[in-house]
Each structure stands twice: as structure tokens, then as C-alpha cells.
Design a protein around this ligand. Structure first.
Ligand SMILES: *Cc1c(COP(=O)(O)O)cnc(C)c1O
Length: 392
């Protein structure tokens, strides 16, 4: 065992920095395939905007790759979540169970529907919702009234539950889905970080009603900005396409919109990038799993530090690799982060927990001890697909 020392941690991280670089971001795009060709064909043909072939192809490629019946491409991951929430019937004063450890978009999209996030805790094995705590908690606070789950204390309906597959690691979907079914709660997946991640051999994102993906610049594949809705439900897929394209009824020249719609479509030029990126996903996944294997080895002999590994039921994309500090070293976290940044290594802490943000501070919640510990313990370290210790 080597003694714990922030300097030593930085030295280890530096061994992953490519020789020709003096800084490494947390997760950078890697554009080494047909991106130029496909984008050029958009420019050459003028199909850069809301019509064109790449959107259809990207949707089909995504459905094939994830084993989902339907994929609907949209402007970003937040728009994907918002659309799913609308189609789940989430509206004013509905409560929706969400982990407090997530990116703010999971909650913001609920706020767009005037719904109320209700925070639940996560566990240490998945970094996602803890099914045991969820079950115990619902026993105390929920009752079923005419097939609707109601919060006994606020009298508001609990319409849905959103799981986040944190840093790409699948949450315990079977256990969570069983609880949701028993309580008449709809399951939605925030799979923004989890393209390529499998739960018991099945791609995440379509265990419940629907799932959201993101193709932001820092995600495992990128379209510049973009997102998608995954679902096995034909009607939901049709509605998702309809309301994200201004709810316009198809017609050669008439503009008739049958409800309030959204301009959430993904432009063709972004979908062109997506098609090229998706062609490379298998290499990305094997590079990332290989990087995680090397990281695991690098940290195994350092006192006071552990490296987070995928849950036993999962094959994770290892989107963001994560170090966990023992509690006696929580006070060292910011020293490590500062030293990392001074050395060009853009490590970061986890997101500030949702129940600590001003706009969500008064939302209902259970005891959130595990998330509060993780907030002090976890450090995300660089995870781009081209990082490795085996420099040429
Ligand atoms: C990235 C991300 C989103 C939002 O995606 P955008 O494309 O940035 O809107 C939502 N949830 C989680 C967990 C994310 O990591």
C-alpha cells in the first residue's frame, strides 16, 4: 500500500496524459471517422436544417444499436426529458421521484411541466436510486387511491420516477421497476450518460415508458448538441415526433398545428455527425472499458482511495470514471481538485446535490445520507476515449 498523498494522485493521473498535450478535459469529443464526409454532404446539398436524410438514418441506427423499437432525435437531452415528461402526463403539482444525485436537467425539465421533484437517495453499488430505501420510504409516505399513488402528507399524486444511470453505470432497473409497478408509478430513464451501457445484457433506456439520451459535446458520442427519446411504444414515439416538430399535421403546403408543439427537432447537420459517431461506438466502448481497467489497477494500491467499478449486473460504458475518497480524506478533496487543475487535469467533484439548489431546496425528500457522503467523496477523472497509459 502506498500512503495517501494528493501529489501522488496527480502523478498517477499525469501518466494518462498524451505526450503532445499539456491539459486534459474531463471528456472530449473524438471525431476520427466519417464526420467530415457526412457534414460536407450536408453543406454540398444544402440539407443543413430541419429536413434531410441523416435524421431518419440516425434514428434508425440508434434504435438498432440500443435494441429499442423507436428512437426520436431531438435538439438536446433536456428536450428529450421534457418531451417524455409531457407524454407521461406529468403536469402541474404532480410529484416525481428523482435521485438527488443527478444533473440539473433531470429536475429542470420537471419544472418546465410545473411538476415537483421529490428526492430519493442512491446506493454505493450503483450510484443510482437505492431500491431498498425507496421501498421502505414508499411504505411510509405513499397510499394507492383509485390506482393512483398519492403522497399521504402532501396529498399530491406521485406520477412517475426517473432513474439516472449515473456516469454511465446502470441503476438496478428490475428492482426499481417492480416497486414502480406495485405503486402505479411510471418509470422513466435519464440515460443521457449511458449510451452503450447494458443492464443484465439489455441496453438501458427502455425498461419503462421511455428513456432520454444526450449527445452533448462531453457525452460518449456527440452531435454537437442533441438528444434522443428511446421507447418501445409506437404511439408514444409518434407523439414524441409530433410534439417535437411543432405539432404540424403533415400536408404539402398547409400549416395546421393541432396542439401547442415544440421546436425540439435535431437539425440534419447534427444528425450527420451522429451517424458518423455511432459508426465508431464499439471502438469507443472498448477503449473506455480498457481505460477503466487501467485506472482500476492504478488506484488499487493507494491507501484511502477506491475506484468505482460497474455493478455486477451491468456492462457499463464507463462514461465518467470516478474516484472515491475514504471519509477521513473528505477534507482533502478540494486540495486534490486544485492541484489537478494547476497541472492541466480537469477533474471535478460530482454535481451539487439537487436538494441543495435554491430552486429545489423546499421540495419533498427522504433522508439522503448516501448521496451526501458521495458528494464529499467522489471525484470524476478524465475519461475521453483516446486516453490510455499505453502511449505510443
Ligand atoms: C447531459 C445530461 C442531461 C442533459 O443533456 P443535454 O443534452 O445537455 O441537454 C440530462 N441528464 C443527465 C444525467 C446528463 O448527464
Amino acid at each position: 500500500m502506498q500512503d495517501f498523498s494528493p501529489q501522488n494522485i496527480i502523478e498517477i493521473l499525469k501518466t494518462y496524459m498524451p505526450k503532445n498535450m499539456d491539459s486534459i478535459a474531463l471528456h472530449e469529443p473524438y471525431l476520427a471517422g466519417n464526420e467530415w464526409d457526412y457534414v460536407k454532404s450536408c453543406l454540398d446539398t444544402g440539407w443543413v436544417s430541419s429536413a434531410g436524410n441523416f435524421v431518419d438514418r440516425f434514428e434508425k441506427d440508434l434504435a438498432d444499436f440500443t435494441g429499442t423499437k423507436y428512437a426520436v432525435a431531438v435538439a438536446n437531452g433536456t428536450a428529450a426529458l421534457h418531451t417524455i415528461y409531457l407524454l407521461a402526463g406529468i403536469s402541474t403539482n404532480d410529484e416525481v421521484l428523482v435521485p438527488t444525485l443527478t444533473f440539473v436537467a433531470t429536475c429542470n425539465a420537471l419544472a418546465y411541466c410545473e411538476a415537483i421533484p421529490h428526492f430519493v437517495d442512491v446506493n454505493n453499488t450503483t450510484l443510482g436510486i437505492d431500491p431498498e430505501k425507496l421501498e421502505d420510504y414508499l411504505k411510509d409516505i405513499a397510499k394507492i387511491k383509485q390506482n393512483i399513488c398519492v403522497n399521504k402528507f402532501t396529498q399530491r399524486p406521485i406520477k412517475a420516477l426517473v432513474v439516472t444511470h449515473t456516469f454511465g453505470h446502470p441503476a438496478d432497473l428490475d428492482s426499481i421497476l417492480a416497486i414502480c409497478n406495485r405503486y402505479h408509478i411510471k418509470l422513466i430513464e435519464d440515460a443521457a450518460e449511458a449510451l452503450g451501457s447494458l443492464y443484465k445484457g439489455k441496453h438501458v433506456g427502455h425498461a419503462g415508458l421511455a428513456g432520454a439520451l444526450s449527445f452533448n459535446g462531453n457525452k460518449i458520442i456527440t452531435t454537437g448538441g442533441g438528444g434522443a427519446i428511446l421507447t418501445d411504444d409506437l404511439e408514444l414515439a409518434k407523439q414524441a415526433k409530433h410534439i417535437t416538430t411543432t405539432a404540424k399535421q403533415p400536408h404539402a403546403f398547409l400549416y395546421f398545428h393541432d396542439r401547442v408543439g415544440y421546436n425540439y427537432r435535431m437539425p440534419n447537420i447534427n444528425a450527420a455527425l451522429g451517424c458518423a459517431q455511432l459508426e465508431q461506438i464499439q471502438t469507443f466502448l472498448s477503449s473506455k472499458r480498457n481505460l477503466a481497467k487501467q485506472y482500476k489497477k492504478s488506484w488499487q494500491d493507494i491507501e484511502g482511495i477506491s475506484f468505482f467499478v460497474e455493478p455486477e449486473f451491468a456492462t457499463s460504458n464507463y462514461w465518467l470514471n470516478t474516484l472515491l475518497l475514504d471519509n477521513k480524506y473528505y477534507t482533502q478533496r478540494d486540495t486534490i481538485l486544485k492541484l489537478a487543475h494547476t497541472n492541466g487535469i480537469k477533474a471535478r467533484p460530482v454535481w451539487t446535490l439537487m436538494h441543495k439548489l435554491p430552486m429545489y431546496a423546499s421540495c419533498p425528500r427522504m433522508a439522503l445520507n448516501t448521496a451526501e457522503n458521495l458528494e464529499q467523496s467522489a471525484i470524476n477523472i478524465p475519461s475521453s476515449v483516446f486516453l490510455t497509459q499505453d502511449h505510443p
